[in-house]
Design a protein. Sequence first.
Length: 338
Amino acid sequence: MPDYYLLHLRMKIVVVENLVKRFGPVTAVDGISFNVEENSIFGFLGPNGAGKTTTISILCTLLEPTSGKAFLNGHDCSSESSAVRKSIGIVFQDSSLDKDLTARENLMFHAQLYNVAKQERRERVGDALSFAGLQDRADDLVKKFSGGMKRRLEVARGLIHKPKVLFLDEPTLGLDPQSRSNLWEFITELPRRHNVTIFMTTHYMEEAEVCDRIAIIDKGKIIASGTPQGLKKLIGGDVIYLKSTDNGRAIATLREKFGIEASEKEDEIFMSTPRGDSSIPSIIRELGESVLSVRMQRPTLNDVFLKLTGKEIREENHSSGSDVKESVRSYRRRHDRG
Ligand SMILES: Nc1ncnc2c1ncn2[C@@H]1O[C@H](COP(=O)(O)OP(=O)(O)O)[C@@H](O)[C@H]1O
Ligand SMILES: [Mg+2]
């Protein structure tokens, strides 16, 4: 059987149809529909506040949708919540490990919670520890672990009861670049080794390159979906960034002389052209001495987001991310006192 045929026969392990979630006047999820294929890595991308965690929470049966449907492994996420819960593992943004227990104790506790048979627990926990590369630290308290070790332990814990889908909500948030890339190596192994589908969110666009398929969500709506390669083709060639002494005039010239629609972001203008290397010389010739700098790059998923929304995913996330941290801090201050 040809490959494309097999692809079509793959089961849709997650099916979302016209899902809406409102919190009072806020529409967090605004009529989204998508599918996820079994044993694939699905990336749900979008800036802070886009609706990613809300969508995951509905799929994990932690929130009721306002309208629309979500199915997981064939079960309705609203009306068959216990069947859904048995089919999933969750690693949320905030760690839920018990830091005063050892790594092994955390895993044993989870196995018990999910009714893993007693005679199987020890072996599964041992496998999880070695898979997470933590067998030497199994009996150390979790509070002594680095951020990367804790995250690997949480992922391994999420797999102990052999879920069909593992949800990872911003798994690399707060990790240093080295631990981020280690964690990704570890995560990309999962579908093959554990027969599990990965549903992950991130706002680091470059991390989404490892996904089989991606959906980009912004303000509660899916604005694009496809493979990383397919999405980058939306850009239609190379991306050129250019600084000039008069960006407004440069944009007008590019439109008049080359039919290129360039946009301005901060003090730079950017545009896509089918062949950057051949268009740059003529652009520079036309704009003359007003050109201060030019750079070209192959399109990234960040460019895709920029093109679709006119904004960069990072900067938006940066400010609102620190707002979130500040509100968590003040919440804690209030509660610590009381
Ligand atoms: N429990 C809640 N009550 C009110 N508003 C909420 C609640 N949870 C999320 N929201 C709002 O819904 C929107 C989407 O939030 P969320 O799903 O957490 O986004 P993301 O995970 O993409 O950052 C935001 O505007 C957020 O403020
Ligand atoms: Mg979130």
